[in-house]
Design a protein around this ligand. Structure first.
Ligand SMILES: [Zn+2]
Ligand SMILES: [Zn+2]
Length: 136
């Protein structure tokens, strides 16, 4: 079963063979800025199972940390995922077309959470990365 995703203008689409993992909400300042939202929701992907189906030339990158790029559509601005050392390692849950098959497990980087946002669910919260976990 493949998971498919796309951007708002549909220029960019991608496919993942297999399943996603490590889904969660990130409240870090970079994610808030990059998404223009209270937090970003991501899941990890196996780079070997990810491929662009269309519009790879419309995918823009921004290196927000050394060796870590944020991916977005240069036409419509949709955030698509993240690259680590040139390989796609995470996707935004909001860009997945249907049910991504995973549910967010935690809130991370709540130490830099927006002052105007209140977390009202019971998921575990971590000041930064959870112990032993890293989406890149
Ligand atoms: Zn687009
Ligand atoms: Zn973040």
């Amino acid at each position: 079963m493949a998971i498919s995703g796309s951007c708002l203008c549909a220029a960019v689409s991608y496919e993942i063979e297999g399943t996603l993992s490590d889904a969660g909400h990130c409240h870090c300042t970079m994610c808030r800025k990059g998404h223009g939202a209270a937090f970003a929701s991501y899941a990890s992907v196996d780079p070997d199972r990810f491929r662009w189906v269309s519009g790879s030339d419309a995918v823009a990158r921004f290196e927000s940390s050394a060796g870590e790029d944020r991916l977005f559509c240069r036409i419509c601005g949709s955030t698509l995922g993240g690259m680590s050392r040139g390989r796609v390692t995470s996707i935004t849950l909001g860009s997945v077309d249907d049910d991504p098959g995973v549910r967010p497990l935690s809130h991370i980087f709540v130490g830099s959470k927006a002052s105007w946002h209140e977390i009202t669910d019971d998921l575990p919260q971590f000041e930064e990365w959870p112990p032993g976990e890293n989406w890149s």
